[in-house]
Design a protein around this ligand. Sequence first.
Ligand code: MG
Length: 253
Amino acid sequence: MNTKILIGVFLACTGSLAVSAQEGMKPEMSEFYEPVPPVVTPGKDLPGGGFTAPSDAIILFDGKDLSAWENTQGGPAEWKVKDGVLTVDKSKGDIQTKEKFDSFQLHIEWRIPKTIQGTGQSRGNSGVYLQGMYELQVLDSYNNSTYVNGQAGSMYKQTAPLANAMRKPGEWNVYDIIYTAPVFKEDGTYRTHPRVTVIQNGVVLQNNTMILGTTEYIGFPRVVKHGAGPILLQSHGDPSEPISFRNIWIRRM
Ligand code: MG
């Protein structure tokens, strides 16, 4: 029996099994009513494309202050807050959330200054570190080429984004990030890798992408056992004008 015939017979058999299993069924026999998903009131649309937090989100930055954040030594976060916007202060280093997270949905909006200068990685570079470990790149990738696994929306030095969905400098970009935390074996290797889906301005950049390990500037990813971690925002050492963030919220999953 050749392969085509074998597949045909298999399909015929499974098809008839499926049909016989359906006999005598009523619509309500494949419907269930519990548990009822919680009601979540969605946020409001913002001018320029973002939207505010839904009712069950943890607010990380709502334009007022950095009370949810600290520096990486545990002291106060000292980036600049003005007119509802958070701007990187490169003299103060990275900042991270005080709270730690496992799997989550994160919303964060970011803006490259209209007057940005520089090229490649030295043009509006920042980053969102998932669980403080894995950098989702933030960069001005609007008419600015660099290595593709280092452009905006890349898992840095690992996976290039599926598209370049940048808005131009001066406009707000929106990241919606769905992250699944890894599970480790006792020996410190991954039982299941971390995974991430990233949507920028409504365009999918990462689709359930497997994260290979830490996002190193030099060398290959390392596997480092960890537990819950913060959201960390990068203060990058490039000389270009610092970028801004607004409207940052997260939902545990
Ligand atoms: Mg970066």
